[in-house]
Design a protein around this ligand. Structure first.
Ligand code: B12
Length: 569
């Protein structure tokens, strides 16, 4: 394989242009898919010259960075862009378009959950895209790059590839025996996730991006760390994949994983391999590991084994663990012992305070009684917890939403170890049951194909599609009064007002909770600080009765004027 300077360039494009009043202008999808470094490392292991560029990291290093200019004059065999999260839809497409113009020699392809879900539409819509690698790609991606280096590439030999045949047809090799036989898949334990060497400015990536997941473009690095993140960078630790559950709002549910990845089967990495990844990640400066993989909460033996190995290896890392169900008592005790620092905690997600709503939407379901028993165990063992709720769930009404607020108040009053008590809304995710069958849930939506996500995140329609105030759906009869009259835009507006008035938890330190009134006061302080930074007139009225988020946004726009769209290319 010669005649090129680079065999594969991966380019991660966060959503560039988002806006939220208390944050200002921000970008999100700061994390790359966990599997991306594993792919890059697998390519390098095969002597394929591979680099990873993260456009948010590059912007932090040099705000005028342009990926098109950066590789000017180099010949690149293939350029792969993760399109894992729908938020990236607009930016990934625009970066891919620009890169194809600059590098017509390159095979430009996408991968990740959202790309896999919309693979056919993507190829039919965008002539500059050469392919989408569907599903798990540790076998297919290296196979693709090797095949592209052949004298006469035969893409029909690459399993999981959706591409355009010479006669213009869109072909999907998934499931074809010929491609399957020609595409060996390395075992999961052979993959290396924690080595970031192939990423440019890995030190910046490893130090800047934490939870929650937005990076304020108008704030300094220190401000971002202090006010917009939980103080530390978290390393998303890969434990396994697959899911047996079907939550109504989740685009990574069992059926969608089966459709996109050809399997939803649970696959676990060996604890020994995980320990090696922790070690590598810590070499890059991480202290806190973040785990969001807990598909069998009642079976704790994997975790007991892993925690023991972490102790034996004296890694000294912290752990942020997102429970999908409720942890066993043994799990909690062992967690406390292995991760004694206050920077380690569990996250629990009842989602709804009302049991009936929880039962419709969340799996595995548990009762309030079981929830409180778990919180008791956490308190007894002095383990801190974040508790996550979701508002605007299918079948929820404003009345059952208030059960959520009552539960939050009760937990705040009863459990000193409960730190952040948060209520978020979840935007319509492609592949979620509410996306695929909205009518079954009494919902109407305004997104049904990739182009809808491209437009909303590109600011080409209504709003900016930001994580916090946009939904993409309306639930019929939610309020039980005249607020149910309008369409999706009106529903989003009323729901945002409900969130501001009754559910706001915004605080100075994102590791702790605020009550809604203080949260709104802090929101106003932030807007005032932002106005000062921008050198414009300060806001005069905080969000409250008779002045909602949309009014405050219009007021900000009037004081600030129209802003040019921020983009990576
Ligand atoms: C773990 C997880 C997280 C973790 C870690 C994510 C990470 N860095 O990878 C955390 C907690 C940080 C997280 C955060 C978020 N998540 Co999340 N998360 C998940 C979860 C539970 C599992 C994902 C996973 O482990 N995949 C398996 C790993 C091995 O493989 P992989 O990284 O996917 O990579 C493989 C392939 O996908 C492919 N591949 C990946 N990238 C590329 C690129 C190319 C070019 C190619 C060829 C192939 C390829 O090859 C890899 C190797 O086989 C899913 C639900 C689910 N069950 O799927 C939700 C899910 C993916 N998350 C979701 C969302 C919305 C988010 C947030 C946007 C939430 C928010 N509003 O802030 C943030 C975004 C964070 C960010 N990027 O900055 C949605 C995505 C829906 C969608 N289609 O957009 C899901 C489906 C859940 C849901 N609510 O619907 N998440």
């Amino acid at each position: 394989m010669s005649c090129v300077d680079l065999d594969c360039l991966f380019v991660h494009a966060p959503k560039a242009d988002a806006h939220y009043l208390p944050i200002g202008d921000f970008f999100n999808i700061t994390y790359m898919p966990m599997g991306l470094m594993a792919l890059a490392n697998e390519l390098r292991r095969r002597q394929l010259r591979t680099e990873v560029v993260h456009l948010g990291v590059e912007w932090l290093v040099e705000p005028t960075f342009n990926v098109v200019r950066a590789f000017d004059g180099q010949r690149i065999r293939a350029i792969g862009l993760p399109l894992y999260w729908h938020y990236q839809s607009f930016d990934v497409i625009e970066v891919a378009r620009a890169l194809k113009v600059a590098h017509p020699e390159a095979f430009v392809f996408l991968g990740g959950l959202t790309a896999g879900y919309f693979a056919r539409e993507l190829l039919e819509r965008y002539a500059f895209l050469d392919g989408v690698v569907r599903g798990h790609a540790e076998g297919s991606c290296p196979r693709l790059i090797e095949e592209l280096g052949a004298a006469e590439p035969d893409l029909g030999l690459v399993h999981g590839l959706v591409y355009r045949s010479p006669d213009g047809r869109v072909v999907d090799t998934t499931g074809t025996t010929r491609a399957h036989a020609a595409t060996p898949v390395p075992p999961l334990d052979d993959l290396v996730f924690g080595d970031l060497t192939a990423l440019r400015h890995a030190d910046v990536y490893a130090s800047q991006f934490g939870f929650p997941l937005a990076y304020g473009r108008e704030w300094s690095r220190t401000d971002n760390r202090a006010s917009l993140s939980m103080g530390r960078a978290f390393y998303p630790l890969f434990i396994g994949r697959g899911c047996a559950w079907t939550c109504t709002f989740c685009g990574g549910n069992r059926d969608t994983l089966r459709q996109v990845n050809s399997t939803s089967k649970l696959q676990w990495r060996s604890p020994a391999a995980v320990v090696e990844d922790i070690r590598r990640a810590m070499d890059f400066g991480y202290r806190t590991m973040a785990v969001c993989f807990d598909p069998t909460p009642d079976k704790d033996t994997y975790w007991l084994d892993l925690f023991e190995r972490i102790e034996t290896a004296r890694l000294g890392c912290d752990l942020y663990f997102e429970c999908w169900g409720l942890p066993t008592e043994r799990f909690v005790q062992r967690f406390r012992r292995t991760f004694p620092s206050p920077e380690s905690y569990l996250a629990i997600s009842p989602d709804a305070g009302d049991e009936a709503v929880r039962k419709v939407n969340k799996q595995p379901f548990y009762t309030d009684r079981a929830l409180f028993q778990s919180l008791d165990v956490l308190r007894q063992n002095d383990v801190s917890a974040d508790v996550f709720y979701t508002i605007a769930l299918p079948t929820e009404t404003v009345h059952t939403a208030r059960a959520t607020q009552r539960q939050i108040d009760h937990i705040a009053a009863t459990y000193p170890n409960a730190r952040r008590l948060m209520t978020w809304s979840v935007q319509l995710e492609p592949g979620s049951p509410q996306f695929e069958r909205p009518a079954d849930f009494g919902m109407v939506t305004d997104r049904s194909c990739f182009d809808d996500f491209y437009r909303v995140h590109g600011g080409l329609g209504r709003g900016t599609g930001d994580t916090y105030s946009s939904l993409g759906f309306k639930i019929a009869g939610y309020f039980g009064d005249e607020r149910d009259q309008g369409g999706i835009a009106e529903f989003e507006r009323h729901l945002q007002h409900l969130k501001c008035m009754e559910f706001c938890f915004l605080g100075k330190d994102p590791r702790f909770r605020n009550d809604p009134a203080r949260g709104r006061a802090h929101c106003f302080d932030r807007q005032t600080a932002l106005a000062e930074r921008r050198g414009i007139a300060p806001p005069t009225r905080p969000i409250g009765d008779g002045f909602d988020y949309t009014d405050a946004l219009a007021d900000e726009q009037a004081r600030r004027g129209a802003q040019p769209r921020f983009s990576w290319v």
